[in-house]
Design a binder for this molecule. Structure first.
Ligand code: NAD
Length: 313
């Protein structure tokens, strides 16, 4: 019989991911219950109201994580930070899950916390667990084209894979240890944070020295300074269309989440004494930009405006 799936955390990423998981798993198992939970009731309603009429009642909102855990065969979590994941796993899931349940955490968190919570569930509740953070952002979540970086033993990975394929395109096994998915994710995002600051300061320097930003970006993008932050997500308004800098830095990848990931990378680097001087400098720039309330709600590429001195404390 088809597994009963439970999904916890219906935010910016979780809502479109749950939508794809539900819609695609329903194609092969139309009557299997699909359980959803979020601490914000409106987030749950956004999902249930979209699917109740077409589903024939397979979608169920539950009033607690405990209730979800008692029924689900597979549980996916998409939560903001390590603290949220720790709370949900240790307080709500651990005492209530059934043995054999597969837990998939797609949040971006500290690899050590991934390992800790997964091992507690594996040892004390006889569950299977993987970490499976994603890249691809909101658009990838909507399109079902996310990349999943998965850590955990091969058997758990193979069990998770068909479900992850409903939400993503590339499902990569990063290692036998839970937490290796997070390692891949935070290394990538550490480069992203550093290049976004590097591109922002270079563009600002060029503009201040009298260069046209679009022309400068064009030269960089056909030269050795080219990177994702310069050619796909340029932070200077007027250089590209369809990116946050073209729409007042709304939407996209929040600067607070970017800085959270820099913090995760720095802490992980400290734990193994790996030097990361570039990332540390970039982290400081994000932190300084976040002291301005108006910038705190924006996409991370707004760091360009901070460096340009558009906003001051
Ligand atoms: P979000 O804040 O939009 O969503 C998180 C959801 O979790 C919210 O709806 C919140 O109410 C819910 N929640 C919080 N505590 C809860 C609890 N105890 N029980 C149940 N629900 C709870 O965040 P997001 O943008 O969806 O990001 C989720 C994770 O994915 C983060 O770790 C983020 O770093 C990562 N990520 C985000 C993006 C992106 O572009 N937004 C891209 C890749 C990875």
């Amino acid at each position: 019989t088809a597994p009963v799936i439970g999904f916890i955390g219906l935010g910016q990423m979780g809502l479109p991911m749950a939508t794809n998981l539900y819609t695609k798993s329903r194609a092969t198992s139309p009557s299997a219950p699909f359980l959803v939970y979020d601490v914000v009731p409106q987030a749950v309603t956004a999902f249930t109201s979209a699917h109740k009429t077409s589903s024939g009642g397979a979608v169920q909102s539950v009033d607690s994580i405990a209730a979800l855990a008692r029924q689900a065969d597979v549980i996916v979590t998409m939560l903001p930070t390590s603290a949220h994941v720790k709370q949900v796993y240790m307080t709500d899931l651990l005492p209530n899950v059934r043995p054999g349940t597969l837990l998939i955490d797609s949040s971006t968190i500290d690899p050590a916390v991934s390992k800790l919570v997964a091992n507690a569930l594996i040892k004390d509740a006889k569950c299977e667990a993987v970490d499976a953070p994603v890249s691809g952002g909101f658009l990838g979540a909507q399109a079902g084209t996310l990349t999943f970086m998965v850590g955990g033993d091969r058997k758990a990975f193979e069990r998770a894979r068909p479900l992850l394929q409903h939400m993503g395109k590339n499902i990569v096994h990063c290692g036998e240890q839970v937490g290796t998915g997070q390692v891949a994710k935070i290394c990538n995002n550490m480069i992203l944070g550093s290049t976004m600051v590097a591109v922002s300061e270079a563009m600002n320097l060029g503009v201040k020295l009298g260069m046209d930003p679009k022309l400068l970006a064009g030269i960089v993008n056909s030269s050795s300074g080219r990177c994702w932050s310069s050619d796909t997500y340029n932070p200077v308004p007027g250089v590209m269309e369809g990116v946050p800098s073209a729409r007042g830095y709304e939407g996209g990848f929040g600067i607070t989440l970017m800085q959270k990931d820099m913090g995760l990378a720095l802490a992980a680097a400290e734990s193994v004494k790996a030097p990361v001087p570039m990332a540390a400098a970039a982290d400081n720039v994000f932190k300084n930009a976040m002291t301005v309330d108006e910038l705190k709600k924006k996409d991370m590429s707004v760091v360009y405006q901070w460096l340009a001195g558009t906003f001051t404390k």
